[in-house]
Design a protein around this ligand. Structure first.
Ligand code: NAD
Length: 270
C-alpha cells in the first residue's frame, strides 16, 4: 500500500537536533522522506550555526526550554511565520549535569535534579500547553523515554527518576487533552544508542557494549529503528495508541538470563 503512514503533506515541529546522530535528526529525515514538512527547533544560536550545512534551506527556530517564556515565544514566532497548523510535535530533549562524573544517587544536588527535570520532563508540559491552539484536533505528540524505568544503572544517575516523570507526564497530558481534543501523547522507550547525549554519561561505552550482549539478536539498536517507531506514533495509523510507551530495545529488557552473560559472570576467576 502506498503512503501507508499518511504523513505526506503534514507539518511537524521537531525539538532536539544537535547533530547527525541525534534521534531528532533521524526522525526529521524520515518525516521529510515521507513527504512531511518539518519545522526545526534547536537549543541555541551557536547550535543553529553548527547545523548550518545540515539544515540549509529548512525552517529553523531557536528555543532553550530552560529559559522562562521561551516556549511561548516560539509558539508566537511560528504563528507569525504563518505556521498555523501542526499535525504533531517530537520532543527529543534531555539534559543532566554529569560534569562532576559518577556520583551515588543520594548525592544528587537539588539544583541539578530540578534543572534536569525542567528540561527533560516539564518542558513537554510547557510545549503541549503553548502549542495547544496550533495542534490539529487529531495531532500526535511523541517524546523519547528510556526502555526500562525499573532498572537502576549507577551511571545514568538521577535521570532515571526524571524519565519516569516524563512518562507519567505523557499519560497525564493524554488525559487532560482528551477533554476537548483527540490529540495523542506517547513515548518511545529507547534502548541504548550512540548519540552525543549518551556519550556524556560516565562509563557509557561499557554499558552500551554490555547492553548489546543482552539483546536477543546480539546487536544494539540503530537510531533509525527508534525513528521508525516515532513515525508510527506520529501517524494516523497509530490512532488507537494513547498515553503509553512503545518500548524499542531489541529484547534486552527480557533477557536477564542470557546464557552467554551467565557463562561470563560465573566463569571461575583465573
Ligand atoms: P542528542 O544529544 O543528540 O539530543 C539531545 C538534545 O537535547 C540536543 O539537541 C540538545 O540541544 C537538547 N537540549 C538539551 N537541553 C536543552 C534545552 N535547555 N533546550 C532545548 N534543547 C535542549 O541525544 P539523543 O540521544 O538524540 O537524545 C534525544 C532523546 O533521546 C533524549 O530525551 C534522550 O534521553 C533520549 N534517549 C536517548 C538514548 C540514547 O542512548 N542516546 C536512549 C534512550 C532515550
Amino acid at each position: 500500500m502506498s503512503d501507508f503512514l499518511q504523513l505526506s503533506g503534514r507539518t511537524f515541529l521537531v525539538f532536539g537536533v544537535a547533530n547527525r546522530k541525534s534521534v531528532a535528526w533521524f526522525v526529521a529525515q524520515s518525516l521529510e522522506s515521507q513527504g512531511a514538512r518539518v519545522l526545526y527547533s534547536v537549543r541555541s544560536a551557536a547550535r543553529k550555526q553548527s547545523l548550518e550545512a545540515l539544515l540549509a534551506g529548512k525552517p529553523v527556530f531557536l528555543c532553550d526550554v530552560e529559559e522562562p517564556g521561551a516556549v511561548e515565544r516560539l509558539a508566537a514566532e511560528l504563528l507569525a511565520a504563518g505556521h498555523r497548523e501542526l499535525h504533531g510535535i517530537v520532543h527529543a530533549i534531555a539534559f543532566a549535569n554529569y560534569r562532576e562524573g559518577f556520583k551515588p544517587f543520594h548525592e544528587t544536588k537539588r539544583a541539578d535534579f530540578l534543572q534536569a527535570t525542567g528540561i527533560t520532563a516539564f518542558s513537554l508540559v510547557e510545549i503541549a500547553r503553548a502549542f495547544k491552539p496550533q495542534l490539529t484536533t487529531d495531532a500526535s505528540v511523541v517524546t523519547i523515554g528510556i526502555s526500562s524505568l525499573q532498572v537502576t544503572p549507577d551511571n545514568y544517575g538521577y535521570l532515571g527518576p526524571i524519565k519516569a516523570a516524563l512518562e507519567s507526564c505523557v499519560r497525564f497530558l493524554a488525559k487532560s487533552f482528551s477533554a476537548d481534543t483527540a490529540v495523542r501523547f506517547n513515548a518511545v522507550g529507547a534502548g541504548p544508542l550512540k548519540t552525543s547525549a549518551s556519550a556524556g554519561i560516565p562509563g557509557y561505552l561499557e554499558s552500551y557494549l554490555y547492553a548489546e550482549k543482552l539483546t536477543f539478536r546480539k546487536r544494539n539498536l540503530a537510531t533509525q529503528e527508534v525513528a521508525n517507531a516515532v513515525l508510527f506514533l506520529l501517524s494516523p495509523r497509530s490512532s488507537g495508541v494513547n498515553g503509553t510507551t512503545l518500548v524499542v530495545d531489541a529484547g534486552l529488557g527480557a533477557n536477564y538470563f542470557d546464557q552467554e552473560i551467565i557463562r561470563l559472570a560465573m566463569r571461575p576467576a583465573t
